[in-house]
Every structure is written in structure tokens, then in C-alpha cells.
Design a protein around this ligand. Structure first.
Ligand code: PEP
Length: 247
């Protein structure tokens, strides 16, 4: 059976002092968890967190990666650079990147490709906006977003993680019900199964206001293999409770 994955997304939060306290509390609190655990930290803090988490069960994740391999791309961070710092996972296509940085499905697919080529697992985020859900377009949107990644990455698709994050649930305190989330996860699983004989081993995370109170029910759904956690990942106790719910 595949292990669940609980990944925290710190977004643009943190400081040297706050990161140190949070990472130490997580490492001490979780011991050897039954699930995989990662934190996606802002790029300037990758080295710090890599140092503190070395030898622990906490894996390092990045929040973004460049579409370019190297060169004159001011401000960008390449997949090879992330690999240098021991990064295991990288978020690609988070809705905040799609919304505020205009990232298209193709850009997201290329980022996933860069990560895979560097030996980093991309966590490919998909999800519909509230307007799209209300227009009955949820399936069409998430299938289109995932199709771009499947198309470009072909047989490597079994090496990715997918995170279903309804945009209306991110940072809003409004969580998809376990049934709503499971319904979309089943659609994504079927799409992956049509593309890969290993679809069963691809982890599908739910993200969007997951917290200590709702995690267990979400994680009990048959096609929910973990969580991508924003706000609740900034509080050690909350994040530890979500990790415990994923055992
Ligand atoms: C996220 O940013 O990926 C996320 C799920 O945020 P939150 O848990 O705060 O909704």
C-alpha cells in the first residue's frame, strides 16, 4: 500500500527564527511517522531547513521551479539548483502561481518536466475556481490541467504527485466536503489510469483549508492519498495533528 503524503506549503511566510522553531517542533513531534511528510519553504530558506531537517523524516520541498534549465533568467531558480539543496518535491501550478503569475497549463507541464529530469517529484496542483464550479465546469477544468502534464511527461507520469486544490477552498476556511473531494479525485484517478498502468501508485493529495479537525475524514476517502496544507502548516500542533490523521 502506498504511504500517504502530507505536504505543508508555507507560501511567503517565515523567518530564520520562526523556521527553526517550527521545524524543530515538527521533527520532535512526529518522530517516525507512518506517512511521508514534507514542507515547501520559500527558496531563501531551503538551505536552512535542509540543515535542520537533515537525517530526519521531514523532506524538503520547494514552491516553484523555473521552466528554463539555466542562463539569463534573472530571479529564477532551476531544478538543478533545487536538487543541490536536497529538495525532494516541488509544487508546480499552484493556483496562486496560475492566478498572479499567469502560469498556463503548458508552463506548468514544462515545470513538471524540469523537475522530473532533475530527479525531483513535482506536486502538480489542479483545481477549479468558484465560478467554474458553479458553472458545472469542475471536471473539464481539472482534466484539462492534468492532461497538459500527462501529454508532456508521457511515461514519467507515474512519478508525479497530483494535488487537487479547489481554488475556492484555499485560504478561505471553506473546505470541500470529503464527498466533493473524493468525486474529483476519482475523476483524476481515472484520467491517470488511462495514461499509465501505474496510476494506482500515484498519490493524489487534497488541498484547501485542510486542518486538524477535518483531515481524518478527508484522508479516509479511497482516492485521497494525502494533503497539501497551507495555513495549518504554519502551526506545529495543527500540522502534527494532520500528520497523525494520515497514519
Ligand atoms: C495551499 O496553499 O496549497 C493551501 C491548501 O492553503 P490552505 O490550506 O491555507 O487553504
Amino acid at each position: 500500500m502506498k504511504k500517504k503524503l502530507i505536504a505543508g506549503n508555507w507560501k511567503m511566510n517565515g523567518s530564520l527564527a520562526a523556521n527553526e522553531a517550527l521545524v524543530r517542533a515538527l521533527i520532535n513531534g512526529m518522530g517516525q511517522p507512518a506517512c511521508d511528510v514534507a514542507v515547501a519553504v520559500p527558496a531563501p530558506y531551503l538551505a536552512q531547513v535542509a540543515g535542520i531537517a537533515a537525517g530526519s523524516a521531514l523532506a524538503l520541498a520547494a514552491q516553484d521551479v523555473s521552466v528554463h534549465e539555466a542562463g539569463a533568467y534573472t530571479g529564477e531558480t532551476s531544478a538543478a539548483m533545487l536538487k543541490d539543496f536536497g529538495v525532494r518535491y516541488v509544487l508546480v501550478g499552484h493556483s496562486e502561481r496560475r492566478q498572479y503569475h499567469g502560469e498556463s497549463d503548458t508552463v506548468v507541464a514544462v515545470k513538471a518536466q524540469r523537475a522530473l529530469a532533475a530527479g525531483i517529484t513535482p506536486i502538480v496542483c489542479v483545481g477549479e475556481t468558484l465560478a467554474e464550479r458553479e458553472a458545472g465546469e469542475t471536471e473539464v477544468v481539472v482534466k484539462r490541467q492534468l492532461a497538459a502534464v500527462i501529454h508532456l511527461n508521457g511515461h514519467c507520469i507515474s512519478e508525479i504527485v497530483v494535488a487537487y486544490e479547489p481554488v475556492w477552498a484555499i485560504g478561505t476556511g471553506r473546505t470541500a466536503s470529503p464527498e466533493q473531494a473524493q468525486q474529483v479525485h476519482a475523476v483524476l484517478r481515472a484520467q491517470l489510469a488511462a495514461a499509465s498502468e501505474h496510476a494506482d501508485r500515484i498519490r493524489l493529495l487534497y488541498g484547501g483549508s485542510m486542518n486538524a479537525a477535518n483531515a481524518a475524514q478527508l484522508l479516509a476517502q479511497p482516492d485521497i492519498d494525502g494533503g497539501l496544507v497551507g495555513g495549518a502548516a504554519l502551526k506545529a500542533q495543527d500540522f502534527l495533528q494532520i500528520i497523525a490523521a494520515a497514519q
